[in-house]
Design a protein around this ligand. Structure first.
Ligand SMILES: O=C(O)CCC(=O)C(=O)O
Length: 426
């Protein structure tokens, strides 16, 4: 039996060459569009040898001289990664293009070798570090599914479902405990509705800039049961590479924070551990296509001419923390498994929340959407106006959908291993 479930060798050749024939030209076109500018920019940065090697590797790729091409492409990836690590970000867009182009060449070479597993792995790296989703889409749509379900796993762990979470809330996470965890200066209650509101009702919340929770609004998603099962992730997608934030969180110093790319199975193994690990804000639905059938994008995201901007997964251990910030898109955050605490402030509270304005304070603050306030341990002497802030504490249970209009300040902390998805739209 071959990879396509067929007994005939001919069939394999026909199918795999059909796949290869649809993907390689796409890779070639992409590189064709970018390589001149990338080489020019590398030259400007006095990286002439890299620029020459990149151009040479593309020529060899086109001529199917894959053996020598491979080592040139690997060198390109390494040089780009080295630059990224030393500077902490892409110093110039051409370094990212060097990485993406070199990785896509490697994808093509692996496909020509019929090594589909390595081709997908290389495409994962390209995707995570900046390849447009259109360029990796065919690999993820046509090649990756062939490999799914092929891995053995002895994992029996489950993330918490609604019933277990209800028990935990009754026994452990009562209001007094939560307000100790996040001592708000003053608070109001969020509006809560059973099930998903219709578009007209949601429109009122959007226009008025008021968040709300729809309990069990996503209760019917296949993901609610399927994704709790850690075995599902490992056997189906265990080899896929994902970017994971390690350390930081509620229980560790931010100084220990780092990001690593690792196979999903390694990340899943870390979920029950004591160190914080977070697969955060990752557009996994453009990478692992098989997950799309387990969720439903709310119609409201595209209602009345609106556009869906992106969909992400937020999966991690207990004690992950997303600091207080706001986004410029409307948002549905869906809790799929485990328990998460959300702390919200309306956009009108901005004067009390001490936005970090300067891009020099911390690199990620340059968008001006992050607060200086640590809501778990507020420093009132440094930030006295925070005393006037009125917030909301919201416990998110499996199936719950939190609607946050753009501009809503939010802080999130997982109280157990947790899995959420979100939809940004405008
Ligand atoms: O769940 C989290 O940790 C953060 C979610 C978030 O910031 C968002 O959905 O915008």
């Amino acid at each position: 039996m071959d990879l396509f479930g067929s007994d005939s060798d001919d069939e394999t050749i026909v199918n795999s060459s059909a796949i290869i024939q649809s993907i390689i030209p796409r890779i070639r076109n992409y590189i064709d569009r970018l390589i001149k500018q990338t080489c020019h920019d590398l030259n400007q940065l006095h990286q002439e040898p890299l620029s020459t090697e990149l151009a040479e590797s593309f020529v060899q790729f086109q001529n199917q001289l894959d053996v020598t091409c491979e080592s040139l492409a690997r060198r390109g990836c390494e040089a780009a990664l080295c630059n990224l690590k030393s500077k902490g970000k892409w110093e110039h867009v051409c370094w990212r293009e060097l990485f993406v182009i070199s990785k896509l060449i490697l994808v093509g070479i692996e496909l020509r070798k019929n090594d589909f597993e390595t081709a997908v792995l290389e495409a994962d790296y390209a995707f995570i570090l900046g390849a447009p989703k259109e360029e990796t889409n065919l690999v993820f749509r046509l090649v990756a599914p062939i490999l799914e379900g092929s891995r053995a796993s002895t994992e029996t762990g489950q993330l918490l479902g609604l019933q277990e979470v209800h028990e935990l809330v009754a026994t452990q996470w009562n209001d007094a405990v939560l307000s100790q965890l996040v001592p708000l200066p003053s608070s109001t209650s969020i509006k809560v509705f059973p099930g998903f509101l219709n578009s007209e009702e949601l429109e009122l919340f959007r226009v008025e800039n008021v968040p709300c929770v729809m309990t069990n609004g996503a209760g019917s998603w296949a993901a609610m049961n399927k994704w709790r099962d850690l075995n599902y992730w490992k056997t189906m997608f265990g080899n896929r590479i994902v970017p994971v934030e390690l350390g930081g969180g509620a229980t560790d110093s931010i100084a220990n924070w780092k990001e690593e790319m690792m196979p999903l199975e390694q990340f899943i193994d870390s979920l029950g551990g004591s160190s914080v690990a977070y697969l955060a804000q990752h557009p996994i639905f453009d990478q692992i296509m098989g997950l799309n059938k387990d969720i439903v994008t709310p119609l409201f995201c595209t209602h009345n001419g609106r556009q869906l901007k992106s969909r992400s997964i937020w999966m991690g251990t207990a004690s992950t923390v997303t600091p207080l910030h706001f986004d410029s898109f409307d948002n549905f955050l869906v809790q799929v498994a485990g328990l998460k605490l959300a702390v919200l402030f309306a956009a009108t509270e901005t004067p009390n929340l001490y936005t970090i304005e300067s891009s020099t304070e911390i690199a990620t603050a340059s968008q001006g959407n992050i607060s200086s306030i640590d809501v778990a341990s507020p420093d009132y002497s440094a930030f006295p106006k925070y005393r006037d802030a009125v917030g909301q504490l919201v416990l998110l249970k499996p199936g719950d959908v939190l609607f946050m209009p753009r501009g809503t300040w939010h802080y999130m902390r997982s109280l157990t291993p947790s899995l959420s998805t979100n939809f940004w739209f405008e």
